[in-house]
Design a protein around this ligand. Structure first.
Ligand SMILES: Nc1nc2c(ncn2[C@@H]2O[C@H](COP(=O)(O)OP(=O)(O)O)[C@@H](O)[C@H]2O)c(=O)[nH]1
Ligand SMILES: [Mg+2]
Length: 336
């Protein structure tokens, strides 16, 4: 008979005490927590684990075989270009959960965000706008879970880093005496396996690792910059009037050269910890060795820099964006 393998209560990996260099290593299997989670929880020492998306897609497909309710968590600062893609794998009832509301300006109403999302073509059961960190609308979400659940099982899916484990921790803290705490971190692939957690007699939550978006900036910066680009507080939008041949440098990570158009308004929505500079484009070579993408802007569009935030531009015009070649940049109609 196979022995039942113990798993880490922080990330779900199978525990082992044989090989220090392998996932799941712990000096004491009775401890229930792998060394990586222990270090992240106690010392904030993050350790990246490369996970393949094929594995996650298999998890999604297996969830698609059930009839259980799925919570699809997305990060409001890093909205997917195509939210309906999840439907390829999951025909289940899906509750769309927009997390990290706390970092978007309070001046924008939830209603407006909802309307925007619905205008993209919406094929979910319902929508909830929450902040796991700030405990905002978690009660409303719980009521929606109760309304739509088809069994006790509720799956939590979405990209890595959107706050899936943070949300589960908050639900546990608010609504159960289950002392378990999942490991969370600002790095991708913190959760390594499915983790089943009982919230109550009627609700069992199942956390999943999440899809890694390879085109997201978080994969290509070091820990110090990672802390800076991850906003902790409400973003204070910064507006600049640019004429052609002027540019914006954002946190020494992105350069936007305004190439063609009338005098135009650029509003930067990124973490307040990042410096933004406006300068004359022709005189500076800063960041020009990065990959260049030329963008033709229509009226009221956002230039989205995947993993960083976006720049809202009012009038049409042409912009060159200099950015790490592996990070995607694209436009959408203005969110705000
Ligand atoms: N500002 C903000 N950050 C959040 C929120 N929820 C999660 N985070 C942060 O997002 C990062 C990823 O969280 P985690 O729960 O590990 O995401 P997971 O990979 O989806 O499980 C961590 O740095 C969290 O602190 C939120 O509501 N607001
Ligand atoms: Mg997680």
């Amino acid at each position: 008979m196979d022995e039942i393998k113990k798993t880490c209560r922080g990330c779900g990996i199978i525990l082992q005490d044989d090989n220090m260099t392998q996932e799941g290593y712990t000096t004491d299997i009775e401890n229930d927590l792998c060394q990586r989670c222990f270090r992240m929880k106690n010392y904030g020492e993050y350790q990246v684990v490369a996970k393949s998306n094929d594995e996650y897609i298999e998890i999604l497909k297996s969830i698609g075989q059930t009839k259980d309710l799925v919570l699809y968590i997305v990060d409001l600062l890093n909205l997917d270009r195509d939210l309906s893609k999840i439907r390829e794998y999951i025909p289940n009832k899906i509750l769309l959960v927009l997390n990290k509301r706390d970092v978007l300006p309070k001046s924008v109403s939830d209603e407006k965000i909802k309307e925007y999302i619905e205008s993209l073509g919406f094929n979910f059961e319902d929508i909830a706008i929450i902040s796991a960190n700030k405990n905002y609308n978690i009660d409303i979400l719980l009521n929606k879970i109760k309304k739509y659940q088809t069994s006790s099982k509720v799956y939590i899916v979405g990209n890595t880093n959107v706050g899936k484990s943070s949300l589960i921790n908050k639900l546990l803290k608010n609504y159960s005496d289950n002392p378990n705490e999942l490991t969370i971190s600002p790095l991708p692939s913190t959760t390594l396996n499915k983790i089943t957690i009982e919230l109550s007699d009627t609700i069992t939550l199942i956390d999943t690792p999440g899809l890694v978006d390879r085109e997201n900036l978080v994969n290509y910066v070091d820990n110090d910059i990672l802390k800076k680009i991850n906003p902790k507080k409400e973003i204070k939008p910064r507006t600049y009037q640019l004429r052609p041949n002027q540019c914006l440098i954002i946190g020494n990570l992105v350069r936007l050269d305004y190439i063609e158009g009338e005098k135009n308004s650029f509003t930067v929505y990124v973490s307040n910890s990042l410096k933004v500079k406006r300068m004359n484009a022709s005189k500076r070579e800063t960041l020009k060795d990065l990959n260049k993408t030329t963008i033709d802007l229509k009226y009221r569009e956002d230039i989205v820099i995947n993993g960083l935030g976006w720049v809202k531009v009012i009038q049409n015009g042409k912009v060159d964006v200099y950015l790490n070649k592996d990070v995607s940049v694209y436009t959408r109609k203005s969110l705000i």
